[in-house]
Design a protein around this ligand. Structure first.
Ligand SMILES: *Cc1c(COP(=O)(O)O)cnc(C)c1O
Length: 427
């Protein structure tokens, strides 16, 4: 379990501890396959009797080294990397839900996750009820049914930037005997460790701040080891009852706190194969080594940008929890280290949608890209890009104003970023 204060050391060193004569830097195990001496040794791996590598579709040493670092950063007991954040979201639910099951999710979540939950999971027979995360415990509890298996939300929602009251959500989930799954992509463990507030499973799109340089797509799932699957045996037969695809092995019995990640690896990764390439895990690790330096700088710059925008009379509204005027300001101060949330700011310009688009076209340093949370300042207009299939009414229902500009503040000189905004506002 990581302690507050040593995250910097974990970022730089955790996961790979070389022995005498071994490479100082995490090696890339660019091999699909691993050698054994006897047939029996290999058979024991297939039976999960012994642990070891046999085929990279299931597990690879480079990936496991990097996953171990993220597990430590989040204060969890086990973790796995996936090929993308989408795969991490899907596995986190599908590992405990099957056809006929139900789960509850906050409505203001990443658009790709919303689609996965509302449309694709439904085709698999798994239903999701979306709730307003700011509603009362009683109101949210009404969404739970006897077949509900999980509660899901984002620490800081992309792109709405609502801040989740994680303790409230943990209380609701646990009172219904289900785990709380948190997407911690925007906050990162540098600003918030959801497990400390009661989350059971934490997931990431590592594509964003963790990679930080926009070079590799990836995801991660971390298990706190805190949820007692056996206490709710009837709800989670996939973890507590014998698995016929592993000769009657029951994960919770055989692997204890490692049950959830072992099942996700042995079953889901085996059958669905969304493994992260070892080369990408290596690149992700380079990003992680400076995460503790980059994230505070992203937040400092975003704070300055938000303050500048709030004072500018061409700006209609600004949404950033670092501003005292923001409705989530107190919650952010309580839950996030130093009150820091993330580097993303949203705002709208007076004159609405068309003025917002013109402003974006005039930016020079900030580029229009379908990405957030990397070193370079970038910008997106959800109504014209990621959410362009929605009408203005549907946009508002999703909490996205038609004039909303999502501004992902990078780690360039903040005066340069503000100067770019200023020249585009005046153009
Ligand atoms: C981008 C994103 C995802 C999806 O991750 P990919 O790596 O693009 O698949 C999930 N959640 C959040 C909060 C994101 O920003």
């Amino acid at each position: 379990m990581s302690k507050k204060g040593n995250l910097e050391t974990l970022c730089v060193q955790k996961g790979w501890e070389p022995k005498k004569g071994e490479p100082r830097v995490v090696p890339i195990y660019q091999s699909t396959t691993f050698k054994y001496d006897t047939s029996e040794q290999m058979a024991d791996l297939f039976d999960l009797k012994a642990s070891g590598y046999f085929y990279t579709r299931l597990q690879n040493p480079t990936n496991d080294i990097v996953a171990a670092k993220i597990a430590e950063l989040e204060g969890g007991v086990a973790a796995m990397l996936t090929s993308s954040g989408q795969a991490a979201s899907f596995y986190s639910i599908f590992n405990i839900c099957e056809a006929g099951d139900h789960f509850v999710s906050a409505a203001s979540i990443y658009g790709g996750t919303y689609n996965l939950f509302a449309v694709t999971m439904k085709k698999l027979g798994i239903e999701c009820t979306f709730i307003d995360q700011d509603a009362s415990e009683e109101e949210i509890s009404k969404a739970f049914r006897p077949n509900t298996k999980a509660l899901f939300a984002e620490t800081i929602a992309n792109p709405v930037l609502s801040v989740l009251d994680i303790e409230k959500f943990a209380k609701i989930a646990h009172s219904h005997g289900v785990p709380l799954i948190i997407d911690n992509t925007f906050a990162t463990p540098i600003n918030c460790r959801p497990i400390e507030f009661g989350a059971d499973i934490v997931i990431h799109s590592t594509t964003k701040y963790m990679d930080g340089h926009a070079v590799s797509t990836g995801g991660c799932i971390v298990d706190s080891g805190n949820f007692d699957w056996n206490a709710h045996k009837d709800k989670f037969p996939g973890l507590t009852e014998p698995d016929p695809s592993y000769h009657g092995l029951a994960y919770s019995e055989a692997f204890g706190k490692g049950a959830y990640i072992t099942k996700a690896t042995a079953q889901l990764m085996r059958d669905l194969g969304s493994i992260q390439a070892p080369m990408n895990a290596f690149l992700l690790n380079l990003g992680l080594e400076t995460l503790h330096l980059r994230v505070p700088r992203h937040c400092e710059n975003a704070q300055r940008v938000a303050e500048y925008l709030e004072k500018n009379d061409k700006v209609a509204w600004v949404n950033y929890s670092g501003l005292p005027s923001n409705k989530y300001h107190e919650l952010a101060k309580k839950q996030f280290d130093g009150g820091r949330s993330c580097g993303v700011v949203t705002f709208g310009l007076k004159g609405g949608r068309d003025v917002s688009i013109k402003f974006m076209d005039n930016l020079k340093l900030a580029c229009i890209v379908t990405h957030v949370a990397d070193a370079r300042t970038c910008v997106l207009h959800p109504a014209s890009h990621t959410h362009r299939q929605l009408s203005d009414e549907q946009l508002l229902e999703a909490g996205i104003q038609p004039d909303l500009i999502r501004f992902s503040v990078g780690i360039e000189n903040v005066e340069d970023i503000i100067a770019d905004i200023e020249q585009a506002l005046n153009a």
